[in-house]
Design a binder for this molecule. Structure first.
Ligand SMILES: Nc1ncnc2c1ncn2[C@@H]1O[C@H](COP(=O)(O)OP(=O)(O)OP(=O)(O)O)[C@@H](O)[C@H]1O
Ligand SMILES: [Mg+2]
Length: 360
């Protein structure tokens, strides 16, 4: 490793002597999913995900428990990914591992494993930004976004609106000023006492609710910027429940209330309206014809329906990741890494984990 640090051109020389890189092993351990994938020319040959159940009883991810679970699972998950892809370690031409953003202890497991694997096999290594992975998860479908496009990344820790003019270049138009959209889903689900993660549960309950039943606020909807805010909405739900003595744990849990479906549907509608409004404005202002929506919240059925309607009305094309690639997975990291590797990029083996890494 020291040799590379002292003499970086040596590392780049050995790597650039190779032809195009086709078979990439991707590693994702930024939060509570241990995932390894094998991609061949950008096509997924395997994508194994182990979701940590240990956090369920805490209603959120416990960092130390996440790191320990990654350490236990990383080797078996890699072996399963190789087996499913029908390849051996000898066939892997490069390793791509997420180095941020995320929990530092969790990131370190996958990053160091990936660096060690690349070093021991004498193949290139590339560090990948987890959010860049989410963006490129929309390229795992046959029909891929065309440049330039607007990308809305809505996940557990991020709500970003980006203008993407060319591959791997990002202009940030807006971001959340407080809670991320996924975080709001999770916190509201906690108040309702309906489980973690909250997004999929609220999505399901909302199917039988009236989205117009309660008028929750749409923050910044008229503001002349592209930033988001979801903490006011979250507080509004809290006050609504408190005033009706419906807060989870207050003796009259909302989980048994006939209003539950309407609350879920109305909250979800406020989130969807806010995300749609800003994205639509960005599309118009930048004159683009293509929009991608990525991250865990992009699995939301109402959000997909609303974007598809907008696309049809405004004559634009909207792209979502395949459902299994909305939340964290290594296939998206391998895809972004594959793009960078074939531009001639590699990362030094001294690359550190960066918990608050940004894309722009
Ligand atoms: N159907 C759904 N509707 C709404 N939200 C959903 C749905 N499915 C998942 N989510 C939300 O997606 C989030 C998880 O997404 P993801 O795995 O992309 O986030 P993360 O990796 O924790 O955060 P980040 O990517 O910002 O670091 C959770 O907040 C979850 O509630
Ligand atoms: Mg994520």
């Amino acid at each position: 490793m020291k040799q590379f640090e002292d003499n970086p051109p040596f590392q780049y020389l050995t790597i650039l002597m190779k032809n195009n890189i086709d078979i990439v092993l991707g590693i994702e351990t930024s939060c509570d999913e241990t995932s390894v994938a094998v991609l061949d020319k950008g096509t997924v040959r395997s994508n194994i995900i182990s979701s940590q159940v240990v956090h369920k009883e805490y209603g959120g991810v416990v960092p130390e428990l996440a790191s320990r679970a990654h350490m236990k699972m990383i080797v078996p998950i890699m072996n399963a990914a190789l087996e499913q892809a029908g390849v051996s370690q000898d066939d892997i031409e490069a390793v791509a591992a997420v180095y941020g953003p995320g929990l530092v202890g969790a990131l370190l497991v996958g990053l160091n494993f990936g660096k060690s694997l690349a070093w021991s096999r004498g193949i290139p290594f590339i560090g990948v930004n987890h959010m860049e992975g989410h963006i490129y998860s929309t390229f795992l479908e046959d029909e891929k976004p065309e440049y330039p496009f607007i990308c809305l990344t809505v996940s557990g820790g991020h709500t970003d609106l980006l203008y993407i003019k060319e591959p791997l270049h990002y202009e940030r138009l807006g971001r959340t000023r407080d809670d991320a959209a996924g975080e709001a889903f999770d916190k509201v689900a906690k108040m309702l006492g309906i489980g973690y993660p909250g997004g999929p549960v609220i999505d399901k309950l909302a199917l039988d609710g009236n989205p117009g039943a309660i008028q929750f606020p749409r923050s910044y909807s008229q503001a002349d910027h592209y930033d988001f805010s979801f903490s006011g909405l979250k507080t509004s739900v809290l006050y609504y429940l408190r005033d009706r003595k419906l807060l989870a744990g207050s003796g009259s849990p909302v989980a048994q209330s006939p209003e539950l479906n309407d609350i879920c549907a109305s909250f979800q509608e406020a989130v969807v309206d806010t995300l749609m409004e800003k994205t639509r404005r960005a599309v118009t202002q930048h004159g683009v014809k293509h929009v991608a929506v990525a991250g865990g919240v992009s699995a939301n059925s109402r959000l997909r329906e609303a974007f598809r309607k907008m696309a049809a009305m405004d004559n634009i094309t909207v792209y979502f990741p395949p459902p299994e690639y909305c939340t964290d997975n290594a296939a998206m990291a391998a895809y972004a890494g594959w793009l960078r590797l074939n531009k001639g990029e590699t990362s030094p083996l001294s690359l550190a984990a960066v918990p608050n890494l940004n894309v722009a």
